[in-house]
Design a protein around this ligand. Structure first.
Ligand SMILES: [Zn+2]
Length: 444
């Protein structure tokens, strides 16, 4: 039988920290954050911290407290594949095991929530539910089904004489796309992912190609909205971005090619841009070592100046940027914070980058009312970091500096987290009920 090994006190204060609350423009020095029963209930100058008995104090002098990080673009099923064709060879059974292992790595990296944007089978819904039910350790998941794309698109990656039932969805025409969206609502997704342009990873299409018609994408997005789902669109060509924004997509993934018209469309919309710079730099930096195809490496060289200019222009124009790494291919899950460093290299100020990975990310994935900032009433998903990410974003990449990772007020990772004795790193202990010991005594 599992023992009640949960060690986080239900009421505690993180005292004396540098607080980065996810929304303020400057850090708040020598502050406290008070957590009760999974929620943030107060914060302020440390002199005003509650002194009542029974409230545990964690001394956070010299450390930063901030919201748990959020990655808006993950595929937990991908396990070190060099390219999409290789990723699609995993059957759904292996994909599930990979996702469970990666969920732990992502949480250890300080990411307490993710949005899955394309899975194998219906794995991300199962992952979302397993984390919510406390069966496994992992980030909170906003789940998509399989990406929806047309014949020949970035989704259609297997050799043409092969067929896959678990990999990405290949559907053509307005009716088939509407049906695919409806099917995914039945499967319980939160978000619909469309593939609207080619990809450098593909043998026969290119990122500059638009692989869906405006009519098809508009129908798909209209259908998704009707069922109350958010929409993410893989868009690396000029037209794919415009089709997606005109039809009301919530997020544009990659955004490799943006011109004045697309930036204007962004400004008129409520949409967010998720740059996924890890995708770009992992091919450029690791492509040769990993033996990626010449087509893939050459195309990324063409994309690099366009991509960097597009993100800079979007930022300059005030487009809302949310952080997402698109890891799992080339770079492993757990390296999610590298994306934050890349965003700073494009001239985005450090505080804005931190917001892109916390409060702005939470809004981008439709969860701004639940987490993403340190605010009374929100879920206590928090990091205690030994160091100052505003001074050096790379401290977030060092697990030795992630001292405490809290999810709903419970420590779930970090150097000060103690693994429950008779549990594995993946399987969670049951929630400790306050009344449990009395009940047990009664039964005997
Ligand atoms: Zn992706």
């Amino acid at each position: 039988m599992r023992s009640p090994t949960r060690t986080t006190p239900p009421e505690f204060v993180l005292a004396g920290c540098r607080l980065i609350d996810g929304v303020s423009d400057s850090p708040l020095e020598n502050h406290y954050v008070e957590v009760r029963h999974g929620k943030v209930v107060a914060s302020g100058p440390v002199a005003k911290a509650p002194k009542d008995k029974g409230v545990h104090h964690y001394d956070c002098q010299g450390r930063t407290v901030m919201p748990g990080l959020i990655d808006c673009h993950v595929h937990m099923v991908y396990a070190g594949a060099k390219n999409m064709e290789e990723a699609m060879r995993f059957p759904v059974e292996a994909a599930v095991i990979n996702a469970v292992i990666h969920a732990r790595a992502i949480l250890n990296a300080g990411f307490t929530a993710v949005r899955e944007v394309g899975t194998i089978g219906n794995t991300s819904v199962a992952m979302r539910d397993a984390v919510a039910a406390r069966k496994i350790y992992g980030p909170k998941v906003v789940a998509s089904g399989r990406g929806i794309g047309t014949t020949g698109s970035g989704n259609d990656v297997l050799p043409p004489h092969w067929e896959s039932t678990a990999g990405r969805l290949v559907v053509d025409g307005v009716d088939a796309i509407r049906k695919a969206v409806r099917r995914q609502t039945r499967e319980g997704v939160d978000n619909i992912k469309f593939i609207a342009s080619g990809g450098e990873f593909h043998p026969t299409n290119y990122t500059w190609m638009t692989t869906i018609s405006e009519e098809e994408l508009r129908a798909g997005i209209e259908e998704a909205k009707r069922w109350g789902k958010t929409v993410a669109v893989h868009a690396q060509s000029y037209d794919s971005v415009k089709f997606a924004l005109r039809a009301g997509a919530d997020t544009i993934e990659h955004g490799t090619r943006l011109d004045e018209e697309s930036i204007e469309l962004f400004r008129k919309s409520k949409a967010f841009l998720v740059p996924t710079l890890c995708t770009l730099y992992s091919v450029l930096n690791l492509g040769e070592k990993l033996g990626l195809s010449k087509k893939q490496r050459d195309e990324m060289k063409v994309n690099q100046p366009l991509w960097e200019a597009s993100i800079r222009a979007a930022h300059a124009a005030g487009v809302q940027i949310a952080s997402g790494g698109d890891l799992g291919n080339r770079m492993p899950h757990g390296d999610n914070a590298v994306e934050l460093e890349y965003l700073t290299t494009l001239g985005i100020p450090a505080m804005e980058v931190l917001k892109a990975a916390t409060s702005v990310a939470a809004r981008a994935i439709g969860r701004g009312d639940r987490f993403g900032s340190v605010k009374p009433g929100l879920e206590a998903d928090l990091l205690v970091v030994d160091g100052d990410p505003l001074a050096d974003m790379r401290v977030l990449q060092e697990e030795a500096r992630l001292n405490m990772v809290f999810q709903d007020g419970e420590m779930v990772a970090g150097t000060e987290w103690k693994s429950p004795q008779d549990e594995t790193d993946s399987i969670r202990p049951p929630r400790e009920e306050a009344a449990a010991p009395a009940c047990e005594a009664h039964q005997h």
